[in-house]
Design a protein around this ligand. Structure first.
Ligand code: ZN
Length: 332
């Protein structure tokens, strides 16, 4: 008997960080960043995805699509245009998470009007009788159902953040208060504390989830539980310490995990941000996959993948630095 075809398949890619600039290095000075070449790797990914059979249903872009250094060169609009033009060759929707680098380049208000906005990719809310499409305010979280009994939730990991917000806005002030409470350093991008920060993820280049977003997330997962859906969640920042280093996690990752753990439906959490990637299967049977970043991938390699969703598992076909992986679902 022939094997059953997948319920659907979709593409994944993280941390493209394109800039029309010479190669550079990360903050530690040892990892090479291929700013200009990253667009070529994106082109190769798009070509490979377009040739996939069965065809992809959509692509998840996990954030940091263009690098922060564009902002300093007045090149943000042009860089984003180039990235979106390449992704625009795909005949399927691309769902975008916002990362710190989008917010170094643009305000949230500007991003909400850009091709990275939730409004561009989100299908009209037909299946949202039981819960709202998005939380209130300018939070970019939303969900959609690309196949029967499958749901994708896009989380906004910078809903609490001082990046991309006006300093006189209440959310900025609330986020700064929280950050200063946890991080005593003058340089809030530094996790080095005295005698060592207990929660080193409280740095300016990370962010967190507002209570309103967590409440909304909880309602979505309740609906999915009731309908026996399998839920794939994506956000720029990892939320499990075993799929990340201790610094690169979302500020209140524990709150997001406890929402997930109070339901049965989440099968996988996809993230970017940590360019080395990471993976764990947690004690509740949720797979946490942090994708290797395109920006630190040499031009002769690549870093993207295709995920095939079946009734009982997801299979990741990785390209270049991303390994193949089979992720079985726990039984209902
Ligand atoms: Zn990032």
């Amino acid at each position: 008997m022939a094997a059953a075809p997948p319920l659907l398949c979709f593409g994944v890619i993280a941390d493209i960080q394109y800039a029309d600039a010479e190669d550079g290095y990360d903050f530690g000075g040892c990892r090479r960043r291929y700013y200009r070449q990253s667009l070529g790797l994106l082109r190769d990914a798009v070509e490979a995805w377009a040739a996939e059979r069965p065809p992809l249903a959509f692509v998840l872009q996990l954030g940091d699509s263009i690098d922060g250094l564009n902002a300093r060169r007045g090149a943000a609009e042009a860089a984003l245009e180039r990235v979106l033009a390449v992704l625009g060759r795909l005949p399927v929707p691309v769902h975008h998470a916002w990362g710190n680098h989008e917010l170094y380049n643009f305000s949230r208000a500007r991003l909400a009007r850009s091709g990275l906005s939730a409004a561009v990719a989100r299908p009209p809310g037909r299946d949202c009788q039981a819960c709202h499409c998005s939380p209130a305010g300018d939070c970019q979280a939303y969900h959609f159902s690309p196949a029967v009994r499958v749901r994708v939730v896009v989380l906004d990991a910078y809903d609490l953040s001082i990046l991309g917000r006006e300093p006189d806005s209440p959310r900025y002030q609330e986020s700064l208060r929280l950050l200063r409470e946890k991080n005593p350093n003058d340089n809030l991008n530094s996790p080095a504390g005295t005698p060592g920060l207990e929660e080193p993820q409280f740095v300016e280049f990370n962010g967190g989830f507002s209570q309103a977003q967590l409440d909304w997330f909880n309602e979505v997962l309740k609906f999915s539980d009731e309908n026996q859906e399998k839920v794939v969640v994506m956000g720029h920042l990892p939320i499990h310490p075993d799929a990340s280093d201790r610094v690169c996690l979302a500020w209140n990752y524990k709150d997001a995990l406890s929402v997930i753990y109070s339901h049965r439906c989440v099968v996988c959490f996809l993230a970017g941000h940590l360019h080395d990637g990471g993976y764990c299967l947690d004690s509740h049977g949720v797979h946490h996959l942090t994708l290797e970043g395109v920006i630190e991938t040499p031009p002769e390699s690549n870093a993207f993948g295709t995920i095939y969703v079946y009734e009982d598992k997801m299979i990741l076909k990785g390209r270049g630095r991303i390994s193949d992986r089979v992720m079985h679902f726990r039984k209902w």
